[in-house]
Write a protein that binds this ligand. Structure first.
Ligand code: NAD
Ligand code: DAU
Length: 341
């Protein structure tokens, strides 16, 4: 499509903003609308350089009036907006239900009314639940077994997306991405948290024994996967996006410290995350059959990311100095004593 109008929700967040930059670069003729509430992790600095190129609306995806207005005339919706942090969902699940569940349904209802041609829902490998104790990879046909309030809210959203496809014929596609890292990630997730702590010679708080495994995918690969599914995915289908790179928490900490020439004495083992899932690992063959292939290895992507945080101190220092960051950090980590204490 030459002149597409795209609505991107959550486009001021981590992955959403990378996707906005990618679309602006690759599709100069497309109109890009971004709807984002600018919650604690939404950040207009992530969209720097796109002033005048994108139409930005600050608003809530759960507000039908706002959604109807910004969706008017859109060909496709790419839906990133979410509460995305598992630890926060263990403290207060209400915003997760509001945004991830109710917000998704409001968008789906508006898509039907406005005759949007495709709705891409950005989901997560967490819907499959823990696959520890086996070497097997989750397939799109596997049952859901979400185990945190965050994962449960994302699974609920997926069911609503599928229901809109089946009941009303809405053209929907779903991506289930694995753990994503790269520049501009809010420093509450493991890689930006550990990188920025290490820069300050602060401890890296490793949950439990550090043996929980995630499949770490670079944000550029995640965005390319979403673009591929938007263009070539089959309506009503879901697609895993993963890097086939399984790394545990201890190895993440060691790699970051090594990249920064910092001592391993900064590793601090703390109380485990309640209900911690010990392994997520997806089989991305279905997305690969559409022509997508991840480009980044962890060996290249991790040091490049650590370097980005070292080179962009003002971006994350502004965040870490804020009251919202400080209050979560204090409430969560001060309640997690060192495993040895
Ligand atoms: P993020 O937390 O960095 O960004 C979320 C964005 O959504 C923010 O800009 C925020 O302001 C916005 N938002 C939140 N509530 C909103 C609301 N009610 N209305 C409008 N905007 C709202 O998240 P992220 O890490 O970039 O994740 C983006 C999507 O990708 C999420 O749906 C997440 O579940 C999914 N995902 C993330 C990862 C990962 O590792 N980060 C992996 C797989 C899937
Ligand atoms: O797998 C996809 C999911 O990846 C996304 O759906 C989520 O939005 C995203 O936040 C991420 O969830 P995780 O819970 O896997 O990410 P997090 O960075 O919080 O944790 C990654 C691993 O590191 C996990 O095993 C817990 C561990 N960890 C995390 C933090 C924040 C620590 O050991 N210490 C920490 O301080």
């Amino acid at each position: 499509m030459i002149n597409r109008t795209l609505l991107i929700t959550g486009g001021a967040g981590f992955i959403g903003s990378h996707y906005v930059h990618m679309v602006a670069r690759d599709h100069p003729n497309w109109t890009i609308r971004v709807l984002d509430l600018l919650t604690y992790c939404g950040n207009l600095a992530n969209l720097e350089g796109l002033e005048g190129r994108i139409e930005f609306t600050k608003g809530d995806i759960a507000d039908p009036d706002t959604v109807n207005e910004v969706m008017s005339g859109c060909d496709a919706v790419v839906h990133f907006a979410a509460e995305s942090h598992v630890d926060r969902s263990l403290i207060d699940s209400r915003p997760f239900i509001h945004t991830n569940v109710i917000g998704t349904q409001v968008l789906l209802d508006a898509c039907r009314r406005q005759d949007v041609q495709r709705f891409l829902h950005v989901s997560t490998d967490e819907v499959y639940g823990d696959v520890a104790g086996t070497d097997s990879l989750s397939l799109e046909s596997d049952p859901f077994c979400p185990r945190s309030p965050y994962a449960a809210s994302k699974a609920a959203a997926e069911h609503l997306v599928q229901a809109s496809h089946v009941s009303f014929g809405l053209d929907t596609v779903i991506t289930r991405g694995s753990n994503t890292y790269g520049p501009n990630q809010y420093p509450e997730k493991i890689i930006p948290l550990f990188s920025t702590n290490a820069i300050d010679d602060a401890d890296l708080p490793i949950y439990g024994r550090g043996d929980a495994v995630r499949d770490y995918m670079h944000v550029e690969d995640h965005c390319l996967g979403i673009a591929t599914v938007l263009e070539h995915g089959k309506a009503g289908e879901a697609y895993n996006l993963g890097a086939r790179l399984e790394v545990n928490g201890r190895e993440v900490a060691e790699s970051i410290l090594q990249a920064m020439h910092k001592p391993e004495s900064l590793m601090r083992y703390v109380d485990d995350r309640p209900g911690h899932d010990y392994r997520y690992a997806v089989d991305p063959s279905k997305a690969e059959s559409l022509g997508w292939q991840r480009q980044w290895s962890f060996e290249d992507g991790l040091p490049a990311t650590v370097q980005w945080y070292a080179n962009h101190e003002s971006w994350w220092r502004d965040i870490k100095a804020g009251t919202h960051y400080k209050s979560h950090d204090a409430a969560w980590y001060e309640s997690r004593p060192s495993a040895s204490s």
